[in-house]
Design a protein around this ligand. Structure first.
Ligand code: UD1
Ligand code: UDP
Length: 375
């Protein structure tokens, strides 16, 4: 019998980060024929990951357009990925997470009765508008995936509460930890991969560094404005510096530039490649972020993260006390940040390395499940 052909489909930076360990594992495993398709829903931010992880592509749909709409991206991704599936006829389609590419790629597979393996399955905030539209994207994939790779027990339980067939639900850990371990090792072997922040490190010597990222759609407008105002007030202190790699979405850039450009204690910089972002996590005293991935990485490194969202589908960090939801109210963001800066006990309480998300072996577990599961 021929080896099962696995088509891994992704499109954005976080999917690429969380799937490169699996692509590496599939490529090294004789049991499979591994193929890769990117929608390129993101372009430069995706290419940064492809380059560092040395991922070769079999299909690049090059879909990203400036200020793309959800409708247009969804339609083009569905058509484009569908055509790739007709050409490749894979035995499995693997998707990760909850973006438009994930939803459209999984749907195209379902339309062809190709089994879907959903990595990072079972995350639920319980609110279809937060994160928007991701909560619905991942719920939709959860209704028809053949293999649900839940990162944590809580995520698996969420799937079981939705009457998902228990035989298809597995706790694999989150591949983000595999990715973080991989990049950490690469930096140890080749320190030059992460030395590009040296100028900022010198400029901000003696100050405590706060890393900040924000990009969620539901925060656009007032939320993003409040976050920027909060950061401005935090950066008025002499003892801190805020480093913000600014997401390329124009809705983020416009607000951040208008509020924060030129401030002495703020560095607005281009999106960092993964080794440099890992370096920023390491340098930072704490993180302010509305990102999903950062909520998983920061606790693993013992960095407190104040989550710039009203709710989270990743409660594990909050439960462990290493992450705290602070929302997008500027006063709350400033108050909670100052508390961590000024109250040593409060900081120590949060700055414990805690990693509820995985053990760095998730990709191998998913490979084994793909080999063993009925198609
Ligand atoms: C997308 C995902 C979100 C994920 C985030 C990760 C959806 C609906 N949203 O949001 O779930 O958390 O990626 O970052 O799937 N752009 C560039 N270069 C890039 C990337 C983006 O210029 O490399 C700009 C383009 O103008 C693009 C816009 O950002 O049209 C929005 O990109 P899009 O992928 O639609 O949304 P994100 O906000 O990035
Ligand atoms: N990241 C990166 N460079 C940056 C900012 C983030 O490599 O400048 C990484 C980060 O380590 C994490 C992922 O990108 O793994 C998170 O992506 P993002 O915040 O865009 O999306 P989300 O996780 O919220 O879907």
């Amino acid at each position: 019998m021929s080896r099962p052909r696995i088509l891994t489909v992704f499109g954005t930076r976080p999917e690429a980060i969380k799937l490169f360990p699996l692509v590496h594992a599939l490529e090294a495993d004789d049991r499979f024929e591994s193929r890769v398709c990117v929608s390129a829903q993101h372009r430069d931010m995706l290419d940064q990951v492809l380059a560092i992880a040395a991922i070769s592509l079999h299909h690049d749909l090059d879909l990203m357009t400036d200020r793309q709409t959800l409708d247009s991206l969804t339609a083009r991704a569905l058509m484009g990925i569908g055509a790739v599936l007709d050409e490749e006829r894979p035995d499995w389609v693997v998707v990760q997470g909850d973006t438009t590419t994930v939803m459209a790629g999984a749907l195209a597979a379902y339309y062809r009765k190709i089994p879907v393996c959903h990595v990072e399955a079972g995350l639920r905030s319980g609110d279809i508008h937060q994160p928007w539209p991701e909560e619905v994207n991942r719920r939709m994939v959860g209704t028809f995936a053949r293999l649900h790779c839940a990162p944590t027990r809580a995520a698996a339980e969420a799937l079981l509460r939705e009457n998902t067939n228990p035989a298809t639900v597995h706790v694999t850990g989150n591949t983000v930890i595999d990715a973080l371990e991989w990049v950490t090792k690469r930096i140890e072997e080749h320190p030059s991969l992460a030395q590009g922040l040296a100028g900022l490190e010198a400029r901000f010597a003696g100050k405590r560094i706060i890393g900040m990222t924000a990009h969620r759609r539901e925060n656009f407008g007032e939320g993003m404005q409040n976050i920027a105002n909060g950061v401005k007030r935090i950066a008025s202190r002499d003892d801190v510096a805020v480093i913000c790699p600014v997401h390329r979405n124009p809705n983020v850039r416009a607000v951040m530039s208008a509020e924060l450009e030129g401030l002495e204690n703020v560095a607005l910089i281009e999106p960092l490649d993964y080794p440099h972002f890992a370096r920023l996590l390491g340098l930072s005293h704490l993180m302010l972020s509305d990102s999903g991935g950062v909520q998983e990485e920061a606790p693993a490194l013992g960095k407190p993260v104040l989550v710039l969202r009203e709710t989270t589908e990743r409660p594990e960090g909050v439960k462990a006390g290493t992450a705290k939801l602070v929302g997008t109210n500027a006063d709350t963001i400033v108050r909670e940040t100052f508390r961590l800066l000024d109250d040593e006990a409060a900081y120590a309480e949060m700055a414990r390395a805690h990693n509820p998300f995985g053990d760095g072996k998730s990709a191998q577990r998913i490979c084994d499940l793909l080999a063993e599961s009925e198609r």
